[in-house]
Design a protein around this ligand. Structure first.
Ligand code: G4P
Length: 528
């Protein structure tokens, strides 16, 4: 193996996904602690204190206690170079989560043991399953009263349509939490609650050890024996191929806050999760360890730092090695260039990167030339990675600026936020940019949009909700689209590539339009 291959093989790039409050930030923080990337618990988060999570940088996130945008952290652990992609914990931002998952090779799903798969996050988790990437489940907060582990596993299987493979099994929960039984290594990791101390001691005991009762008690031991018998009877061995195909999720129990079961989880996870996986270009896979560099844009973010007023584009490197001064080719822009100020995030710091490898995520300064899904590669190559689908918006509003003097900022703000993929904007034909129709997948996106317009672009907007729920691209029209026969509550709009679209209030209206206009073809999805 040459140096390039070695560097790429030791990389692990994954996203963490959870319902708000399930413990994603706490778990991430413990990972960083083990990796020596931070020295003090609480330096990543402390929502209710004056500190706030490094990834929760946006005002609105701080106010509402939700994570709206995703960010990236890199650290080293046991010879691995780990890239963690944080994802928004609310279903209204599931499209952002999907884009982030495009950049990840695996996902860790954190579930609160007392709540199981929560209503609000079902959609988010399903998005994860849709991507067919390996999903690892960490069932957290076992130091609190939790649901029956069999029920939790059943729920994950039934609701998400994925098989599970318990790697360890909890012994009791809450005050009675005694540890976990490692179903692979066949030993018990005993938990010693430590008067509310955050770090606990762990002891390894064999299942047949006579002293076991003194660790977990006779009753727990009997219950564990029964559980293990059931699990052994039901479970086949671990099918790593099924894990990699996203059909089987290894499940771990633990408690991130008390630091219990986190390190064994991280170690086993790193063994099981794949190194950078190939991405597709025109149906063919691009080998991550090939010499020539390639990457794609999965995220764009304006004003990440208000003081900088800049716009960052995030690239997932798919193959080869990136070097700071190297010349690259931006395929969609048909332009050779050098990437400006390539950087990586580490906690609150941004660091200039001199080199990075397949699997890594880098942010580059973007003067407004990149779009989500764009490919960047070595100048001697030209190919395009498969695009990132856009979710169809389900909520619409007409938006205009309150102050007519603010037209320029209004246009800039709406355009930039739309380029990030945080909203979609449409226009009624021939109305100009004085007002736009904004479409979003989840209503909270409206709030974020309004907040950002005010805080980042200094524009107060007037937002008037519209009753539409369905959007269709006009793929083919038998007549000039303005001549189409449409019900009075159907609206014709254009996107900013001048494509025509129709907004409908009901499915009935869609059928009506198709019946009245023979030859009309409507498409649910559209890729540029
Ligand atoms: P999130 O990023 O998924 O939203 O969750 P986060 O880590 O912020 O955790 C949410 C709350 O749950 C925090 O409490 C955190 O301390 C707590 N928590 C996380 N893991 C565990 C665990 O294993 N056991 C127990 N008992 N609690 C856990 P908070 O009161 O909201 O915040 P803070 O005051 O601790 O900062």
């Amino acid at each position: 193996m040459n140096q390039l291959q070695k560097e790429i093989k030791r990389r692990r790039t994954f996203a963490i996904i959870s319902h708000p409050d399930a413990g994603k930030t706490t778990l991430t923080e413990k990972f960083l602690l083990y990796g020596g990337a931070i020295a003090l618990a609480g330096s990543v988060k402390g929502k209710k204190s004056s500190r706030h999570a490094v990834s929760d940088w946006m005002e609105i996130e701080k106010q509402r206690g939700i994570s709206v945008t995703s960010s990236v952290l890199q650290f080293e652990y046991n010879g691995f170079c780990i890239n963690i992609l944080d994802t928004p914990g609310h279903q209204d931002f599931s499209e952002d989560t999907y884009r982030t998952l495009m950049a990840a090779d695996a996902a860790v799903m954190v579930i609160d043991g007392s709540k199981g798969v929560e209503n609000q996050t079902r959609k988010l988790f399903k998005v994860c399953v849709m991507r067919h990437i390996p999903i690892f489940t960490f069932i957290n907060k076992m130091d609190r009263e939790a649901r029956n582990p069999f029920d939790l596993i059943d729920q994950i299987e039934n609701e998400l349509g994925i098989e599970t493979y318990p790697v360890n099994w909890p012994i009791g929960c809450g005050k009675e939490f005694r540890g976990v039984f490692d179903l692979e290594k066949r030993h018990i990791l005993s938990f010693e609650a430590n008067n509310g101390q955050h770090e606990v001691a762990a002891t390894e005991v064999d299942l047949n050890d006579a002293s076991l009762d003194s660790y977990i008690g006779a009753e727990n031991r009997a219950a564990l024996m029964d559980d293990v018998e059931l699990l052994d009877g039901a479970g086949a061995g671990l099918d790593v191929e099924a894990v990699h195909a996203g059909r089987l999720s290894p499940v771990f129990f633990g408690s991130a806050l008390t630091n219990f079961g986190v390190e064994p989880f991280l170690e086993r996870f790193l063994e099981l999760t794949p190194p950078p996986t190939p991405r597709l270009s025109n149906g063919e896979s691009v080998d991550p360890t090939q010499d020539s560099f390639s990457a794609f844009v999965f995220k764009i973010q304006a004003n990440m730092n208000k003081a900088h007023r800049d716009r960052l584009t995030f690239l997932r490197i798919c193959s080869g090695k990136f070097e700071r001064e190297m010349e690259v080719y931006h395929v969609q822009g048909n332009k050779k260039m050098r990437l400006s100020q390539p950087q990586q995030m580490m906690a609150q710091e941004r660091e200039i990167v001199n080199e990075a490898y397949a699997g890594d995520i880098i942010g580059v300064f973007d003067p407004g030339i990149f779009a989500i899904g764009d490919t960047i590669c070595s100048p001697n190559q030209s190919f395009a990675f498969e695009g990132i689908p856009t979710f169809a918006p389900e909520h619409f509003a007409r938006v205009r600026h309150k102050d007519t003097m603010k037209r320029k900022q209004f246009v800039k703000g709406t355009t930039q936020i739309a380029q990030e993929g945080a909203i979609q904007i449409f226009q009624e034909p021939y109305t100009g940019m004085e007002e736009v129709i904004v479409g979003v997948v989840g209503v909270l996106q409206f709030e974020v949009f309004e907040h950002r317009m005010k805080n980042e672009y200094n524009v107060d907007i007037i937002r008037e909700p519209l009753p539409y729920q369905y959007i269709r691209w006009v793929a083919k029209s038998p007549v000039d689209v303005k001549e189409l026969q449409l019900s009075s509550d159907t609206k014709l709009v254009q996107d900013f590539h001048d494509n025509y679209l129709l907004l409908f209030t009901s499915e009935w209206n869609i059928r009506w339009a198709l019946e009245k206009n023979e030859g009309l073809e409507l498409a649910e999805f559209h890729k540029e």
